[in-house]
Ligand binder design. Sequence first.
Ligand code: 5GP
Length: 140
Amino acid sequence: MPVYDPTNIFAKILRGELPCHKIYEDDKAFAFLDIMPRASGHALVLPKAAARNILDVSPDDLAYVMKVAQKIAKASVEVFGADGVTIQQFNESAGGQVVFHLHVHVIPRKAGVALKPPASVKEAPDVLADQAKQLSAALK
Ligand code: 5GP
Protein backbone atom coordinates (compact mmCIF):
# COMPACT_ATOMS: atom_id res chain seq x y z
CA MET A 1 0.00 0.00 0.00
CA PRO A 2 1.22 3.59 -0.64
CA VAL A 3 2.55 5.58 2.32
CA TYR A 4 1.14 8.81 3.78
CA ASP A 5 1.90 11.89 1.68
CA PRO A 6 2.02 15.07 3.83
CA THR A 7 1.32 17.26 0.79
CA ASN A 8 -2.32 16.10 0.57
CA ILE A 9 -4.94 18.86 0.72
CA PHE A 10 -6.33 17.88 4.14
CA ALA A 11 -2.83 17.84 5.67
CA LYS A 12 -2.45 21.41 4.38
CA ILE A 13 -5.79 22.35 5.99
CA LEU A 14 -4.67 20.74 9.29
CA ARG A 15 -1.42 22.74 9.19
CA GLY A 16 -3.37 25.95 8.50
CA GLU A 17 -1.81 26.35 5.06
CA LEU A 18 -5.23 26.26 3.35
CA PRO A 19 -8.55 27.67 4.63
CA CYS A 20 -11.59 25.67 5.69
CA HIS A 21 -14.93 26.17 7.43
CA LYS A 22 -13.95 24.60 10.75
CA ILE A 23 -16.63 23.19 13.03
CA TYR A 24 -14.65 21.32 15.70
CA GLU A 25 -11.09 20.90 16.98
CA ASP A 26 -9.44 19.21 19.94
CA ASP A 27 -5.97 17.74 20.52
CA LYS A 28 -6.67 14.59 18.43
CA ALA A 29 -9.33 15.46 15.87
CA PHE A 30 -10.41 18.22 13.49
CA ALA A 31 -13.66 18.69 11.56
CA PHE A 32 -14.78 21.05 8.82
CA LEU A 33 -17.44 21.33 6.12
CA ASP A 34 -17.04 19.66 2.74
CA ILE A 35 -16.78 22.33 0.01
CA MET A 36 -18.76 20.13 -2.40
CA PRO A 37 -21.43 18.75 -0.04
CA ARG A 38 -23.44 15.74 -1.08
CA ALA A 39 -26.21 17.19 1.12
CA SER A 40 -26.47 20.45 3.03
CA GLY A 41 -24.29 20.36 6.16
CA HIS A 42 -21.92 17.60 4.92
CA ALA A 43 -18.97 17.52 7.36
CA LEU A 44 -15.60 15.74 7.37
CA VAL A 45 -13.88 14.48 10.55
CA LEU A 46 -10.13 13.81 10.55
CA PRO A 47 -7.57 12.52 13.02
CA LYS A 48 -4.78 15.05 13.53
CA ALA A 49 -2.27 12.20 13.38
CA ALA A 50 -0.96 11.41 9.91
CA ALA A 51 -2.96 8.48 8.54
CA ARG A 52 -3.80 7.73 4.94
CA ASN A 53 -6.94 5.71 5.67
CA ILE A 54 -8.33 2.78 7.68
CA LEU A 55 -5.44 0.59 6.57
CA ASP A 56 -2.72 2.53 8.40
CA VAL A 57 -4.51 4.51 11.15
CA SER A 58 -3.98 3.45 14.76
CA PRO A 59 -7.03 1.76 16.29
CA ASP A 60 -7.18 4.46 18.98
CA ASP A 61 -7.17 7.32 16.47
CA LEU A 62 -9.84 5.55 14.41
CA ALA A 63 -12.04 5.04 17.46
CA TYR A 64 -11.56 8.67 18.50
CA VAL A 65 -12.54 9.99 15.06
CA MET A 66 -15.74 7.95 15.25
CA LYS A 67 -16.51 9.44 18.68
CA VAL A 68 -16.21 12.92 17.19
CA ALA A 69 -18.27 11.85 14.14
CA GLN A 70 -21.05 10.83 16.53
CA LYS A 71 -20.97 14.26 18.25
CA ILE A 72 -21.19 15.96 14.87
CA ALA A 73 -24.00 13.67 13.70
CA LYS A 74 -26.04 14.62 16.78
CA ALA A 75 -25.30 18.32 16.30
CA SER A 76 -26.35 18.03 12.61
CA VAL A 77 -29.71 16.60 13.60
CA GLU A 78 -30.21 19.45 16.07
CA VAL A 79 -29.01 22.26 13.79
CA PHE A 80 -30.40 21.17 10.43
CA GLY A 81 -33.43 19.21 11.62
CA ALA A 82 -32.09 16.18 9.76
CA ASP A 83 -34.26 13.08 9.59
CA GLY A 84 -31.18 10.83 9.43
CA VAL A 85 -27.41 10.88 9.00
CA THR A 86 -25.24 9.01 6.48
CA ILE A 87 -21.69 8.12 7.56
CA GLN A 88 -19.20 7.29 4.80
CA GLN A 89 -15.48 6.50 4.83
CA PHE A 90 -13.48 5.49 1.73
CA ASN A 91 -10.12 3.74 1.48
CA GLU A 92 -7.69 3.93 -1.46
CA SER A 93 -8.75 4.87 -5.01
CA ALA A 94 -10.36 1.49 -5.56
CA GLY A 95 -12.45 2.13 -2.44
CA GLY A 96 -13.58 5.58 -3.62
CA GLN A 97 -11.02 7.67 -1.70
CA VAL A 98 -9.87 10.89 -3.38
CA VAL A 99 -8.03 12.73 -0.58
CA PHE A 100 -5.45 10.60 1.21
CA HIS A 101 -5.71 11.74 4.83
CA LEU A 102 -8.25 9.58 6.67
CA HIS A 103 -11.64 11.27 6.97
CA VAL A 104 -15.15 10.29 7.94
CA HIS A 105 -18.06 11.92 6.08
CA VAL A 106 -21.01 12.98 8.26
CA ILE A 107 -23.93 13.79 5.97
CA PRO A 108 -27.25 15.03 7.40
CA ARG A 109 -30.19 13.63 5.43
CA LYS A 110 -33.76 14.73 4.79
CA ALA A 111 -36.35 12.07 4.10
CA GLY A 112 -36.77 11.49 0.36
CA VAL A 113 -33.81 13.69 -0.69
CA ALA A 114 -31.12 11.79 -2.63
CA LEU A 115 -27.41 12.50 -2.15
CA LYS A 116 -25.81 14.64 -4.86
CA PRO A 117 -23.04 12.87 -6.80
CA PRO A 118 -19.58 13.27 -5.19
CA ALA A 119 -17.76 16.55 -5.94
CA SER A 120 -20.59 17.79 -8.20
CA VAL A 121 -21.61 21.20 -6.78
CA LYS A 122 -19.42 23.70 -4.92
CA GLU A 123 -21.31 25.33 -2.03
CA ALA A 124 -21.35 29.14 -1.65
CA PRO A 125 -18.77 30.28 0.96
CA ASP A 126 -21.35 32.36 2.85
CA VAL A 127 -23.63 29.32 3.20
CA LEU A 128 -20.73 27.21 4.52
CA ALA A 129 -19.71 30.00 6.91
CA ASP A 130 -23.24 30.22 8.34
CA GLN A 131 -23.56 26.43 8.72
CA ALA A 132 -20.11 26.19 10.35
CA LYS A 133 -21.09 28.90 12.84
CA GLN A 134 -24.29 27.07 13.79
CA LEU A 135 -22.60 23.66 14.07
CA SER A 136 -19.67 25.06 16.10
CA ALA A 137 -22.11 26.65 18.53
CA ALA A 138 -24.06 23.38 18.90
CA LEU A 139 -20.80 21.49 19.55
CA LYS A 140 -19.68 23.74 22.42
P1 5GP B 1 -13.11 11.07 -0.39
O1 5GP B 1 -11.59 11.15 -0.40
O2 5GP B 1 -13.65 10.44 0.85
O3 5GP B 1 -13.66 10.41 -1.62
O4 5GP B 1 -13.71 12.51 -0.43
C1 5GP B 1 -12.98 13.70 -0.36
C2 5GP B 1 -13.97 14.80 -0.03
O5 5GP B 1 -13.25 16.00 0.14
C3 5GP B 1 -15.03 15.07 -1.12
O6 5GP B 1 -16.32 14.97 -0.52
C4 5GP B 1 -14.73 16.49 -1.59
O7 5GP B 1 -15.90 17.20 -1.90
C5 5GP B 1 -13.98 17.08 -0.41
N1 5GP B 1 -12.99 18.08 -0.74
C6 5GP B 1 -12.09 18.04 -1.75
N2 5GP B 1 -11.29 19.12 -1.72
C7 5GP B 1 -11.68 19.85 -0.65
C8 5GP B 1 -11.21 21.08 -0.08
O8 5GP B 1 -10.27 21.72 -0.54
N3 5GP B 1 -11.84 21.52 1.04
C9 5GP B 1 -12.90 20.84 1.60
N4 5GP B 1 -13.45 21.37 2.68
N5 5GP B 1 -13.36 19.69 1.09
C10 5GP B 1 -12.76 19.19 -0.02
